[in-house]
Design a protein around this ligand. Structure first.
Ligand SMILES: Cc1cc2nc3c(=O)[nH]c(=O)nc-3n(C[C@H](O)[C@H](O)[C@H](O)COP(=O)(O)OP(=O)(O)OC[C@H]3O[C@@H](n4cnc5c(N)ncnc54)[C@H](O)[C@@H]3O)c2cc1C
Length: 393
């Protein structure tokens, strides 16, 4: 029997598991293949909805649910201590779980995403508000409902982050939200970026700047934060620049999963190096062809986005089916990326508009048209993500 282990089961892990279960259904039925998914949590979270939840534009009930309900019945799954991987031994093809048990695999899919480490920014935990978690989005929703006057600073600490377009779209929607509440005249909005651009795609960067400037949203580039002083309500850069705030909204630094860092198989940030086309594990001269990496867990230069993971899932699944069943052919990930860009919030006064930039390793010429159709399309896309996770798209 061939055993496929999937480490991490949120968006990427669930999509891969479900697609594999369908493609390899006869092999699973005959007992030739086992598909096992490991995750510390039994609940899924659709992060893409978090900005809309923060602005009260989507209910949180669409964003969370039971993973077991999405998983094909042919998949074995383990949650809690028996699903939490604490060590990955690539040389011996073995996972160690938090309950002390071990799982030996023939093939491994690493889909363990990214962890947040706000504690690495001095002072941040004493004044930490973020829309990058569900709890944070719900807390911010309450705070923003009562915020009438002062300065809101959105701090992007360092790349890479999930959805690199999120700080920009959040800034634009925040402007609309405050206008709709009739308090924008009393509230300054400022974005602090560690980079010299709003987005690595030049067209997104160019148009993002135009939109922010049109709306009077300020932004500062190359802002490398060294410290937060909550008692003074200031953010301090490594050059000594001080930015005052009344409300600080932070996108925390990201790291690869702790188990990846502890096992020493990632890059210095704990993200997992792999071939940019085949997604097979590659670290310097070390190669493990039976190990695939997908989604936010990869150290690839592509965006950490569910759309990326969706494209990558077909590559991982096709190649695993090829490796195991000798069917089909090997396929390559070409860098396909979609970053949904919500430019205007739908409110009593706002129209709701969005744009769907797409690019890959070779093509990066984007034509900018933000439309009302885009807004409804992206909402529908978000709401259909559980179907995508079931492997139906
Ligand atoms: C605010 C925000 C907005 C976004 N907007 C969009 C958008 O509009 N469009 C888009 O495409 N993407 C968007 N994204 C990005 C998208 O949510 C992520 O790319 C996607 O969640 C990646 O899925 P993943 O499964 O690779 O990683 P994750 O969702 O991080 O899941 C990783 C899983 O691994 C598990 N895990 C970790 N360590 C272990 C361990 N040791 N043992 C077992 N399990 C473990 C975790 O519990 C988790 O379930 C957004 C993200 C955020 C935060």
């Amino acid at each position: 029997m061939k055993r496929i282990a999937i480490m991490g089961g949120n968006f990427s892990g669930i999509v891969v598991a479900n697609k594999l279960a369908k493609r390899l259904r006869w092999s699973v039925a005959k007992g030739d293949v086992e598909i096992a998914l490991f995750d510390r949590s039994p609940k899924y979270l659709i992060h893409a909805m978090l900005p809309l939840i923060t602005f009260g534009s989507m209910s949180e009930r669409y964003a969370v649910g039971d993973k077991a309900e999405l998983l094909d019945s042919r998949i074995k799954y383990f949650f809690g201590k028996s699903g939490e991987v604490v060590n990955v031994d690539l040389a011996n093809r073995t996972l160690t779980l938090a309950d002390g048990s071990k799982y030996s695999y023939d093939y491994l899919v690493i889909a363990s995403g990214a962890d947040y480490v706000p504690e690495e920014v001095p002072g941040l935990l004493k004044d930490y508000h973020t829309y990058y978690t569900l709890e944070g989005a719900l807390e911010l929703r309450n705070i923003l409902q009562g915020f009438n006057k002062g300065t809101i600073v959105e701090l992007f600490v360092e790349p890479p982050i999930k959805c690199p377009i999120a700080p920009l779209k959040f800034g634009l929607m925040l402007d609309d939200y405050l206008r709709d509440r009739g308090v924008r005249g009393n509230v300054d909005v400022m974005l602090l970026y560690p980079t010299d651009h709003l987005h690595a795609q030049p067209e997104v960067n160019k148009l993002g700047k135009i939109l922010l400037e049109e709306r009077g949203v300020k932004y500062i580039f190359n802002f490398s934060v060294s410290e937060i002083r909550p008692e003074e309500k200031v953010v301090i850069s490594d050059k000594g620049e001080k930015i005052k705030y009344d409300l600080l909204i932070t996108i925390p630094p990201h790291r690869g999963a702790k188990a990846i860092r502890d096992s020493g198989i990632g890059d210095p940030y704990g993200f997992v190096p792999c071939d940019r086309y085949t997604l097979q594990y590659r670290k310097g001269k070390t190669k493990y062809d039976e190990v695939y990496v997908i989604g936010d867990a990869t150290a690839l230069e592509v965006a950490k986005a569910a759309s990326v993971a969706h494209y990558q899932s077909d590559v991982v699944v096709e190649n695993l089916v090829h490796d195991i069943a000798g069917e089909g052919s090997q396929v390559r990930y070409k860098g396909e990326t979609i970053c949904p860009m919500l430019t205007d919030l739908y409110t009593q006064h706002g129209r709701g508009r969005a744009w769907l930039p797409w690019w890959d390793y070779k093509v990066n010429e984007l034509t900018f048209i933000t439309t009302r159709f885009g807004w409804w399309f992206i909402r529908a896309f978000y709401l259909s993500l559980p179907l995508t996770m079931r492997g139906l798209a």
